[in-house]
Write a protein that binds this ligand. Structure first.
Ligand code: UD1
Ligand code: UDP
Length: 370
């Protein structure tokens, strides 16, 4: 039984890695990593293969950047060729990037059963490209692996039969638990001459925050203000780097004494910074979850989140740019809720995925034989 695991962009690698390792240890199946090439810089891709001990991808589609249509179409054309030559028994897509929807569409049209890992999340904001990818992928997937109860409810309300849903938990946490010894052994903030508990980590990359000069300019001003009270380590995503240059905001930011700018960081280095931080300021989906798991205050610069459990139960809150300084005040006064860990975020999600897939593969074989 051959299983394609689709990996494309930074947030996919930490979802694919635990599943790859768990499937590779089985005798009944062979996992194959398909890298679409949506992210390609060494620090957006190779670093994660190294940190998460993934082998070289078995197939590399080398699609690269482009408009939404170019990227989605490029992945579809290239993945269809792979499926024609090396048809898998299952295609597992993860998350909500363009490559997720593209590969799901290719496989579904070839009658290859599609599993969506991290299914059912909804921001209900169709201005987000990821929400479109989530809706498309979940409309055509065969099996839905969900991280939380809200995801199951969203799927059922959209007409998905509950027997197609396996609530497996949060796979990102498996990566954290798998790499915990290395993360805990890493220098973390000392690399920036900062003490544990004496800084916040910043990541920004959503088009809604970084693509317009006024919005990004306002955010930069807020960060400069906060950095006078709490040092900030800002790991700058390539999209954001381009926009900071284009809008002539980079030099002001890099001149600020309290702001430590860095390239995108590897997984171990980044998580070592998050675990010892006072807070994270982010618009990342994954970072909202990791901070909830670690009980680190998370200030999410968005109007909505497809991960409501991180707000209802965890340490995440949605904040407007002008509320950032007050929110950091609450963190520094110890008034920010630490929250608790959602059920099933326990480092054993990959194990549950393997058991669920094995059962479904056996069902398929029984139906075929009958
Ligand atoms: C993509 C995903 C987003 C995810 C994010 C994680 C979509 C629609 N977006 O956004 O959901 O949260 O990845 O990081 O799928 N670039 C580089 N080097 C790279 C990759 C990108 O320089 O290795 C630059 C290019 O200029 C590119 C831009 O970043 O045009 C945006 O890349 P793209 O993959 O289109 O979207 P992201 O913003 O990275
Ligand atoms: N991450 C990382 N280095 C960084 C920034 C993020 O390793 O410099 C990790 C982070 O811990 C999380 C994942 O990348 O596991 C999230 O990716 P990203 O924010 O790019 O995408 P999103 O989750 O928003 O789709």
């Amino acid at each position: 039984c051959e299983i394609h695991l689709i990996a494309a962009a930074r947030p996919n690698f930490m979802k694919v890695a635990p599943l790859y390792h768990a499937l590779a240890a089985q005798s009944w199946c062979t996992p194959r990593i398909v890298h679409t090439g949506q992210h390609y810089d060494a620090n957006m891709s190779d670093a994660f293969f190294r940190d998460l001990r993934l082998p070289q991808p078995h197939f590399h589609l080398e699609v690269g950047s482009g408009s939404h249509a170019e990227q989605t179409a490029g992945v579809m054309v290239a993945y269809e060729k792979i499926c024609n030559q090396h048809r898998p028994d299952w295609t597992v897509v993860v998350g909500d990037v363009n490559s997720t929807a593209a590969c799901a569409m290719v496989a579904a049209k070839m009658w290859i059963p599609v599993v969506h890992l991290e299914a059912g999340l909804r921001s209900r904001d169709r201005r987000m490209p990821e929400e479109i990818n989530r809706l498309v992928t979940d409309a055509i997937s065969d099996v839905f692996w969900t991280p939380s109860v809200d995801a199951d409810e969203n799927l059922v309300s959209e007409g998905v039969a509950s027997e197609r849903i396996d609530r497996v938990g949060n796979i990102m946490i498996d990566s954290y638990e798998m790499m915990r010894p290395q993360i805990e052994a890493e220098a973390g903030p000392a690399k920036f001459d900062l003490p544990a508990g004496g800084y916040a980590v910043v990541t920004l990359h959503r088009p809604s925050n970084v693509d317009q000069p006024e919005v990004l300019g306002d955010l930069v001003r807020q960060l400069l203000e906060i950095s006078r009270r709490l040092p900030l380590i800002f790991a700058v995503h390539p999209r954001t780097r381009k926009k900071l240059d284009e809008f002539k905001l980079w030099s002001e930011l890099s001149a600020a004494r309290g702001i430590h700018l860095t390239e995108p960081l590897g997984y171990i280095e980044f998580m070592a910074l998050v675990r010892s931080a006072n807070a994270v300021i982010t618009d990342s989906g994954g970072v909202q979850e990791e901070s909830t798991y670690l009980g680190i205050p998370c200030l999410t610069l968005r109007e909505n989140t497809e991960r409501p459990v991180t707000v209802l139960q965890g340490s995440n809150r949605l904040v407007k740019p002008r509320e950032l300084a007050d929110s950091i005040g609450l963190v520094l006064n110890g008034q920010w809720p630490r929250g608790s860990r959602p059920a099933g975020w326990d480092g054993r999600t990959a194990e549950r995925c393997v058991a669920a897939l094995k059962r479904r593969q056996e069902q398929r074989l029984t139906i075929k034989r009958a």
